[in-house]
Design a protein. Structure first.
Lengths: 271, 271
């Protein structure tokens, strides 16, 4: 059983478009006429996929500041007839997952996250206004209450994502935003909001910054509260501004290397 | 515009269940009563997610035979308070993508595959019977014609996947199935089937074996025909037997490291 907001998110569109579907489904008679086409058992219907994933290379900002990936081209087309690289990757690079194991002794590794929790309702909490005024802003219980007031309860199995507007800074030093003492300043989840979400059945939290905790956190309170509880996190999301606060379905391409504490993941939102 | 078979695949279920939806959508009045619940703007509706992705470690079979991944634990919970690893990964390990760049001088890298081609109709061609009798079996034009006869034309933007039953061999040497001369024997796409699919608008082909070409191929004809045409491949799919020949929607979690020739990918099928 997945949290089938895929269904809900397209239901509304479909109800209004139902007449368009009639006659669009071809039977085997039509099939016999050709090997390809737009009419088939699959209706070619308008929808939308929003990519929440950064492309990344050695220049992509990382929490510790060092490059998160390097590659070694072992075969090249000119010499060998094909291209192939071996990558060296810090698990916590680019748009990536934090598995429970990242901040626990024996929590679930990234390959052990239940597949049912990889297709989930996406709730987007917009804190751009206060983050623009204060780089140390946090997503608080009041922000969650405002979302709930406008959109209804947090759905079971949801991912609650913070949109702080940080994507506008990704190309420069402003993404890490370290001061002269090396302390970073970017938004994250306040521990009290994290605790509030632990009272729900949300499966994941996500941020558009480098960490679930805000940058100046010295104690990783949100990581230590959320991940050992068997929930997971997603860091460095982009394009949350292209989605509604409620109604999108997230598909999280969690990596499957065994025993991983996290890893780069393709994250797509379906509308 | 994505190939919204998400919509089609759930449409049929939804039409019969529509009455269940009525009244299941809570408004803001109900929302004010609590922070969490199953009633919300997201309807909690039955659906199915099938994971087509292997978990993998250094023991997972690879084309060249050498381990495809190793890891270095840089931080551990007992000593540092958190766990973090750095991975060294051959791009073509586990369930993974072949980007056009893999077999071309300047084709699209894995991060450049259009997001619209990552959510796509899945067509499964079952060749298990002949593959059980002959490890050198190939998916041929006749197999495609049989699929089309039963299911209709190949949808635009589809992924056409071969189910050879090879997943039953994944735990042993039978997956690579190398003979005494080191020549491997496993099924793949025949070049003529590949050419037939190039006449359609299929976006991808997939296999449940180590290579798009059959194991004893010395010339990689299918790779050289398919990938430089701007299409992509998926290798080492599992659990295709849990899906219908037509009707599932594939979501392909293509990695986004820049310039990649491919990479491990989470692949999920939605029904």
């Amino acid at each position: 059983m997945c949290h089938a907001c895929v269904i809900d998110s397209v239901k509304r569109a479909m109800i209004s478009r139902r007449d368009l579907f009639r006659g669009a489904v071809a039977g085997t008679a039509a099939a016999a006429a050709g090997i390809a086409g737009t009419t088939s058992a699959f209706a070619a219907t308008p929808s939308k996929v929003v990519d929440l994933t950064y492309g990344y290379d050695e220049s992509f900002p990382t929490y510790f500041g060092a490059p998160g990936i390097s590659s070694d081209q072992r075969f090249n087309f000119a010499e060998h007839g094909f291209n192939l690289k071996v990558l060296t990757v810090n698990e916590h690079t680019g748009t990536h997952l934090d598995a429970p194991l990242h901040f626990s002794a024996d929590g679930a590794s990234v390959d052990q996250i239940a597949v049912e929790n990889l297709v989930l309702p996406l709730c987007i909490v917009d804190i751009r206004e206060k983050a623009a005024a204060n780089a140390d802003a946090e997503l608080t219980p009041d922000d969650l209450k405002a979302w709930i007031s406008a959109n209804g309860p947090i759905p079971d199995g949801a991912c609650v994502a913070m949109n702080s507007g940080w994507q506008d800074r990704v190309s420069g030093d402003g993404f890490r935003n370290a001061d002269s003492d090396g302390v970073m300043h970017f938004p994250g989840f306040h521990i009290e909001a994290t605790q509030m979400l632990l009272e729900t059945n949300a499966a994941a939290i996500g941020v558009d910054t480098l960490s679930l905790d805000y940058g100046k956190s010295g104690d990783f309170k949100t990581h230590y509260a959320w991940l050992p509880a068997g929930r997971y996190g997603i860091e460095n999301l982009k394009s949350l501004d292209q989605l509604p606060a409620s109604g999108a379905t997230l598909v999280v391409g969690a990596p499957t290397h065994k025993g991983g504490t996290g890893g780069p993941a393709r994250v797509l939102a379906l509308l």
